[in-house]
Design a protein around this ligand. Structure first.
Ligand code: B12
Length: 217
């Protein structure tokens, strides 16, 4: 199979919301032994395209919903293979959630799933999590790392509030944990505004960072 052609083919099918064909192609590629993370990456490219088409008025919210559904189904297909390939012993606790005002959870779920596959204990607070809930949970479970997800511009403000709440509580209760923020629109400038310790736009890179932070490699 021509790698670069198939790369763009899968991304294009996702962008065109061709649910059945996407799932067939993903299954075929898994059967052929393709890397599940590469498949996810290509679908992610398609999702970015969906976002652009939405911005340009070509798709409406129904298109976003449909793309989310397709991605969820793709994850269902690849997850067992990722789990099979996974390595690692549980030795770190990570608190994750999508910040207040934001209900996007596909990327956050993927980060959580990959963390679990690599031996981390994951506590997922879900979506639209208020800063004080995040902070209270951190005090309760004393995580090694906290990961915040946010996909919309409005999340940057609530991420900042969440980082402040987490740090305040950490100081009061003498806790220490690095905070990682993630999401498709995060960059260095956003991170400087939010004040987190690290930022990531890739779930697997986030897992590697967590491993490094815990000195596992
Ligand atoms: C699917 C989708 C939806 C679905 C979400 C379904 C779900 N269960 O999550 C639904 C329909 C609910 C939705 C709703 C809305 N959406 Co929407 N949505 C998308 C879309 C097309 C794909 C997002 C996605 O899941 N991508 C795939 C995942 C895997 O990527 P990801 O989340 O970025 O995650 C990766 C990394 O970022 C990273 N990661 C993510 N989190 C974390 C956290 C940590 C700690 C780490 C380490 C890594 C990490 O790991 C992942 C894999 O590597 C994006 C387009 C885009 N470019 O992202 C728009 C997009 C995010 N949505 C957008 C908008 C505008 C909306 C709505 C406001 C629409 C509306 N009018 O109602 C609402 C917002 C509701 C709200 N309050 O949150 C805009 C945001 C624009 C902006 N500047 O704010 C986007 C960018 C589309 C666009 N280009 O206009 N949406």
């Amino acid at each position: 199979m021509n790698e670069s052609k198939s790369n763009s083919q899968l991304a294009k099918l996702v962008a065109d919301l061709e649910e059945d064909t996407v799932l067939e192609l993903v299954q075929q590629r898994l059967n052929a032994g393709d890397d599940p993370l590469q498949i996810i990456d290509e679908c992610n490219q398609g999702m970015r395209d969906v976002g652009q088409r939405y911005e340009q008025g070509e798709y409406f919210v129904a298109g976003l919903i449909m793309s989310g559904e397709i991605f969820r189904e793709v994850v269902e297909l690849v997850q067992p293979l990722i789990e099979q390939k996974s390595e690692g012993n549980a030795s770190g606790r990570v608190l994750v959630g999508t910040v207040s005002g934001d209900i996007h959870d596909i990327g956050k779920n993927m980060f959580g799933m990959l963390l679990s596959c690599h031996g981390f204990e994951v506590l997922d607070l879900g979506v639209d999590v208020p800063p004080d809930v995040f902070a209270a949970k951190a005090v309760e479970i004393k995580p090694d790392i906290v990961g915040l997800s946010g996909l919309i511009t409005a999340s940057f403000e609530t991420m900042k509030e969440t980082v402040t709440a987490l740090r305040d509580q950490a100081k009061e209760h003498q806790l220490s944990f690095p905070i990682i923020i993630g999401g498709g629109m995060i960059d260095d400038q956003v991170n400087q505004y939010v004040g987190a310790d690290y930022w990531m736009t890739d779930a697997m890179a986030g897992v590697r960072l967590c491993e490094e932070l815990l000195g596992k490699q």
